[in-house]
Design a protein around this ligand. Structure first.
Ligand code: GDP
Ligand code: IMO
Ligand code: MG
Length: 438
């Protein structure tokens, strides 16, 4: 009864989608347990004619692409119903069967007023903005915590739904009109919008926690796929520059209803360098300024195609940060790392690894507890020799050039858990397996 969680070890976009797809054929259920359509997971699938097909998933778990694997949206997710059906229709049009999808009755629903509030709050914050995806994620989780949220099950009882929308709008309309000088929403319009999805969504809705419990009792394999990542986790991330959900291993349990002790393996996905979208501290960032005279930030962005899957924003890029990786290993209990995008580092004279931080003259080997210290942290680098060979064809560790192997081994020594799989390209097959994950 393995229950394996896939967790982002940095600030997102590490390649969780590819890792999920890689394991897809060995698992029976793939569960999304946190976040919503702020996520963007790209999966590149080889076709029988030798070409590849690319899929970008936001709300549906990446496992939906694997025939025979049941995709589940857990209670910890916030669901934009419009996006859900757009994504379902888009996949069906490409020949993917989505009829097996299961959706938790307890998942919260993103209402139009929360999308609007996300955008206007960001504008209002100005220089203090978070750089959110503008999808209504934060306000919807805030409603959940404030106990004024709308859940999927509320769609099936109109009078309950109306009462809840009335309660929420009493507050929201005051804020929208009086603080932000925007137009409010009518109860009728919101109720009508949400009810319009009720009958379409009904066949998917069930008690997903019970379903997964029974699956584990029946010795099925369950994969829990995180959105976002450790440093974006609302508790363990670089608060307030975080998302509003629990993206770490603990969230895999609360967001799915699978008891913590049932999680058997925690796979941390970590890029061979680092990226971040949105605002917030990022010690190893290469911003093209005087401290990046060689333009390595732009090199990584170009080589790695580092543009957001969800918003298209250019991702901020920097070197591998082993302090962050060690922190992720600790907070999540990472049993195995998947090191992705090693191929992107090909062609560098030297490859720096951040081994610690210097904070106002003091060395920190662990993440500083104070956010102000983290903002001041400058990386202490170790420089490893680079390699020039094309590594995308490597399928075993021995096939990698010696310098690339030495880089991986040093990352492993510094990062607190073994590196079991290495990504050498976006395709499913462009992978080096050192220790099989399942
Ligand atoms: P996720 O949000 O963690 O699923 O990651 P994204 O899909 O947002 O971003 C990762 C990007 O890197 C995608 O475009 C993937 O196709 C791509 N990718 C994943 N693994 C590798 C790899 O090993 N090498 C290369 N070159 N690209 C990869
Ligand atoms: P995946 O699953 C990278 C970032 C946003 C912003 C912050 C808060 O593809 O790794 P939100 O809209 O969630 O309130 O925004 O979190 N963010 C992500 N960055 N990858 C993601 O998802 C992200 N989801 C949210 O850019 O800084
Ligand atoms: Mg992504």
């Amino acid at each position: 009864m393995p229950a394996i969680a896939i967790i982002g070890a940095q600030w997102g976009d590490e390649g969780k989608g590819k890792a999920t797809d890689l394991l897809g054929s060995s698992v029976d259920y793939v569960v999304k347990f946190n976040g919503g359509n702020n996520a963007g997971h790209t999966v590149v699938i080889p076709q029988p004619d030798g070409s590849t097909e690319k899929f970008a998933l936001h709300l549906l778990p990446s496992g939906i692409l694997t025939p025979g694997c049941t995709p589940v949206i857990g209670n910890g997710v916030v669901v934009d119903l419009g996006v859900l059906f757009e994504e379902i229709e888009g996949l069906e049009a490409r020949g993917i069967d989505t009829s097996d999808l299961k959706l938790s009755a307890n998942a919260h629903v993103i209402a139009s007023y929360n999308r609007e509030l996300d955008k206007v709050t960001e504008r209002f914050l100005g220089a203090r903005r978070i750089g959110t995806t503008g999808r209504g994620i934060g306000p919807t989780y805030a409603d959940k915590m404030n106990r004024i949220g709308i859940r999927v099950q509320d769609l099936f009882d109109e009078s309950i739904l109306r009462g809840k929308v009335e309660g929420a709008l009493e507050l929201k309309n005051q804020i929208l009109t009086k603080v932000y000088n925007r137009r409010g929403f009518t109860v009728d319009a919101i109720v009508e919008e949400l009810l319009s999805y009720a009958e379409r969504v009904r066949p998917y809705v069930c008690d997903t926690a019970l379903l997964l419990h029974e699956a584990l009792l029946a010795e099925k394999t369950v994969l829990l796929e995180a959105g976002q990542a450790t440093l974006l986790d609302v508790d363990h991330g670089t608060y307030p520059f975080v998302t509003s959900s629990s993206a770490t291993a603990g969230g895999a349990s609360t967001g799915s209803g699978i008891a913590p002790a049932r999680l058997t393996q925690i796979v941390g996905i970590v890029k061979a360098y680092t990226t971040r979208v949105g605002e917030g501290p990022f010690p190893t960032e290469l911003d093209g300024g005087p401290e990046d005279p060689a333009g390595h930030g732009e090199f990584l962005r170009k080589q790695g195609h580092e543009y957001g899957t969800t918003t298209g924003r250019p991702r901020r890029c920097g070197w591998y940060d082993s302090v962050v990786a060690r922190y992720a290993a600790r907070v999540n209990g990472v049993t195995d790392f998947v090191l992705t995008k090693l191929d992107v580092l090909t062609g560098l004279e030297q490859v720096p690894i951040c081994v610690a931080y210097d904070v106002d003259g003091v060395r920190h080997d662990e993440m500083p507890v104070s956010q102000s210290d983290f903002h001041h942290a400058t990386p202490v680098y170790e420089y490893l020799p680079g390699w020039w060979e094309d590594i995308s064809g490597a399928r075993t560790f021995e096939e990698l050039p010696a310098a690339a192997r030495a880089y991986v081994e040093r990352c492993e020594e510094l990062s607190g858990s073994r590196i079991s799989v290495i990504g050498v390209g976006p395709g499913r097959h462009e992978t080096v397996v050192r220790h099989p994950l399942i």
